[in-house]
Design a protein. Structure first.
Length: 132
């Protein structure tokens, strides 16, 4: 009789523990669905330049010492929630004498910020600049 009583107690204890876990799981599911309802609805969008980025001959003419056949410069930076450029750095360049001019020009550029769920967000952006 003692073994049967112990077995029944263990079964009841296991049932209670399982019931507690199930209640916790249901509570988490309910909280998750309530939180999901509070998420903003809206579109996602990459940043867009307010005006196209241009680097003209007049911007770089003082740095040109030889005839260039072309080249490429890659600049990375952040676009903040207001669409302003932050922390630009040159990742790859064909002529370092252009770097300071390019960075100044990139800092002056403005964007419409990236959107996530309809809200502006800060993102990292890469801008390839091709010289022809």
């Amino acid at each position: 009789m003692g073994d049967n009583s112990t077995s029944t107690k263990n079964h009841n204890l296991s049932f209670k523990i399982g019931e507690i876990h199930m209640k916790r799981l249901m509570c988490l599911i309910a909280m998750g669905s309530l939180m999901a309802q509070d998420l903003p609805t809206g579109e996602n969008q990459y940043p867009k330049p307010k005006i196209p980025f241009e680097l003209t001959y007049s911007d770089i003419r003082e740095k040109i010492h030889t005839q260039y056949e072309g080249g490429k410069v890659l600049v990375e930076f952040y676009i903040n929630k207001k669409g302003q450029v932050e922390e630009p750095i040159v990742i790859d360049t064909f002529d370092i004498s252009f770097n300071s001019i390019i960075l100044d020009k990139v800092r002056q550029h403005e964007y419409y910020p990236a959107l996530q769920n309809g809200r502006p967000v800060k993102i990292k952006y890469s801008l390839p600049i091709v010289f022809k």
